[in-house]
Design a binder for this molecule. Sequence first.
Ligand code: NI
Length: 179
Amino acid sequence: MAIKTTLKMGDPLLLQQAAPVAAFDTPELHDLINDLRDTMIALNGAGLAAPQIGVSLQAVIFSVANNPRYPDAEAVPETVLINPTLTPLGEAQDNAWEGCLSVPGMRGLVPRYTHLRYQGYDQFGNVIDRTVSGFHARVVQHEVDHLWGILYPMRIEDIRNFGFTDVLFPQLDSAAADD
Ligand code: NI
């Protein structure tokens, strides 16, 4: 277990399609998940994808519980999601501001599907199959995008809605604005 260096936008690994995880419940996979969890917690992130710590595998973790970076966000249980499949439920989308540990100090207004089914596995190989909405659905879409080589600025429809957190949201305290 360790806190890993987070790759920043511009690193070509963040633009790669990640490979599926081939075997569950292995020491290597547990080490990877522990590194993701430690790094996410240390950086106060809502989620983290394996490519962000330099591992091009289809594994993400997310967890939101009274996160100071997202003071108004609903809680999302800690979830490890491997080899995911996302199925939007309906056409409805909404826009909200997102940040990313690979794009520090910035926020952008990003459309995401409002209602979503996601399927995959945890690190032990147990099936995950959930239907979610709102912020939970947004976090999943953001993290899984990392596995397809997509960073949230690529989803912004009007690039004028992209900027520095401390300029866009000067009322946030410095810790929250630090991404
Ligand atoms: Ni991100």
